[in-house]
Design a protein around this ligand. Structure first.
Ligand code: NAD
Ligand code: IPM
Ligand code: MN
Length: 376
């Protein structure tokens, strides 16, 4: 990535994947190209295979060419992988393996999943608006450890998934969460199951030590994951930064999507020690609506905004995208998941229209997730 007079040249690998993946990444890439045109940058977008589409074409869920392109890119934007076509439990290769391998290869261990309901969707969420008002949290999900990556065994009469965490894996994601909290409201909730799981007891011990030794200015509380599932819905406003292990973070963030009003709204950024990041909406390939042109593109578009901010250092541009999304929702442009009638393309065009009118320097108050240096 070169920087000259504020203009950026960046290489972004796009992995559309399966189901609604190609539909929502098309929206996000249109937004990235509009940002480049409006702000004078040059983004080279290179499309590669992943997931079921890659299995069909090459037999592998993450072909070597895709992995190599991602490793040498400035950032990676992914749609979603998986679907019924590749879900045979006896299949030797699954689309999801490609995504997990990519996360591991890129070393993106901290997955930031911001949850900040838009004013316009409060009445459209399945939860009462008075509970949702002023909710603003970021879940930091550990992304390259735990039962997802432990040893797996399958026998005729039993199966095993090992859940393993090292001190180092917990330390680095905990630091991420504490640094993030310092730039926000200064509160971290660490979620575990320390009353039952040994990995959770280690998790709690390490998070407590990192807090005591390095971040005692931040407030820390520990919460068991089962009651967290309840409090997330009953008093979501109380949370600032929530840090948790891989599987708990996966489950809690789908639940948290209901605070925002739809699975289609939540973006995510998967980050490691450098600036290279993997950006994807938190939702899946949604086989039930794939091919109909009605998927909500906003989670993917907001993921592109996170890409601009965290991998390319383009905060004004990220804020412009986020402001355009807010204006579109304020104007009553909703896809079917939010009870509206707009198609994916209509919603995307509405965002593009607001973006083309965006001032080139955007007031930072519009930033949904301000720039901070999260790395060492
Ligand atoms: P899902 O997230 O695909 O869908 C859950 C529900 O939310 C569905 O009713 C779907 O229609 C709806 N939904 C999701 N995204 C939406 C959007 N943008 N707009 C409107 N509605 C949306 O979860 P699932 O059905 O359990 O999983 C389907 C497949 O996706 C599985 O193969 C799973 O492994 C995969 N998956 C992939 C990812 C990823 O690639 N990051 C994430 C989750 C699930
Ligand atoms: C997600 C997805 C993935 C996960 C699957 C598809 C491997 O659910 O990104 O939330 O469990 O991490
Ligand atoms: Mn998930």
């Amino acid at each position: 990535m070169s920087r000259e007079f504020g203009a950026r040249r960046a290489t972004i690998v796009v992995l559309p994947g399966d189901g609604i993946g190609p539909e929502v990444t098309m929206a996000a890439t249109q937004v990235l190209q509009a940002v480049a045109a409006r702000f004078g940058h040059t983004f080279e977008l290179i499309t590669h295979l992943i997931g079921g589409a890659a299995i069909d074409a090459t037999g592998s869920a993450l072909p070597e060419a895709s992995a190599a392109a991602c490793q040498s890119a400035d950032a990676v934007l992914l749609g979603a992988v998986g679907g019924p076509k590749w879900s045979d439990p006896k299949a030797s290769v699954r689309p999801e393996q490609g995504l997990l391998a990519l996360r591991k290869v890129l070393g993106v261990y901290a997955n930031l999943r911001p949850v900040k309901p838009h004013a316009a969707t409060l009445e459209r969420a399945p939860i009462k608006a008075n509970i949702l008002r002023d909710v603003d949290m970021v879940v930091v999900r550990e992304l390259t450890g735990g039962s997802y990556f432990g040893k797996k065994e399958r026998h005729a009469d039993r199966a095993i998934d090992i859940c393993e965490y090292s001190v180092l894996e917990i330390e680095r994601v905990a630091r991420y969460a504490f640094r993030l909290a310092r730039s926000r409201r200064g509160r971290v909730t660490s979620v575990d199951k320390a009353n039952v799981l040994e990995t959770s007891r280690l998790w709690r011990e390490v998070v407590t030590r990192i807090h005591r030794d390095e971040f005692s200015d931040v407030a820390l509380e520990h919460q068991l994951v089962d009651s967290m599932a309840m409090h997330l819905i009953s008093r979501p406003r109380d949370y600032d930064v929530v840090v948790t292990e891989n599987l708990f973070g996966d489950i809690l963030t789908d639940e948290a999507a209901m605070l925002a009003g739809s699975m289609g709204l939540l973006p995510s950024a998967a980050l490691g020690d450098g600036t290279l990041g993997l950006y994807e909406p938190i939702h899946g390939s949604a086989p039930d609506i794939a091919g109909k042109g009605i998927a909500n593109p906003i989670g993917a578009i907001l993921s592109a905004a996170m890409l601009l901010r965290h991998s390319l250092g383009l905060s004004d541009e990220a804020a412009a995208v986020e402001a355009a999304v807010s204006q579109v929702l304020d104007a009553g442009v909703f896809t079917a998941d939010l009870g509206g009638t707009h198609s994916t393309q209509q919603a995307t065009e509405a965002v593009l229209k607001h973006l083309s009118a965006a001032p080139q320097a955007v007031a930072r108050k519009d930033e949904r997730f301000p720039a901070i240096d999260l790395r060492d």
